[in-house]
Design a protein. Structure first.
Length: 75
C-alpha cells in the first residue's frame, strides 16, 4: 500500500512539474516562438496523459479494493 501511495504522489509531482514547465514556456520571451510552443504543447500533453493515467489507476485500485473511499463527514 505504501508503494501505491508513493506512485500517486510521484505522479502528482510530475503533473505539477509539467504544468509549471508549460507555464515557463508560455511566459518566456518570444525569441523562438515555434520551439517554445512545441515545448509547451509537449508539456501539456504529458500533463493530460499523466492525469488520465492517475485517474485510471485510482479507479482500478478502487475496483480491486486496494483503496477504500471514505466519508468527509466523519461518520
Amino acid at each position: 500500500m505504501e508503494l501505491f501511495r508513493l506512485v500517486v504522489v510521484l505522479m502528482l509531482v510530475a503533473i505539477v512539474y509539467n504544468l509549471g514547465s508549460a507555464l515557463f514556456s508560455l511566459s518566456r520571451s518570444n525569441r523562438d516562438a515555434l520551439v517554445d510552443g512545441r515545448k509547451m504543447v509537449r508539456s501539456l500533453t504529458w500533463r493530460i496523459s499523466l492525469s488520465v493515467g492517475l485517474f485510471g489507476m485510482l479507479f482500478l485500485a478502487w475496483h480491486f479494493g486496494w483503496v477504500q473511499p471514505h466519508s468527509l463527514g466523519g461518520r
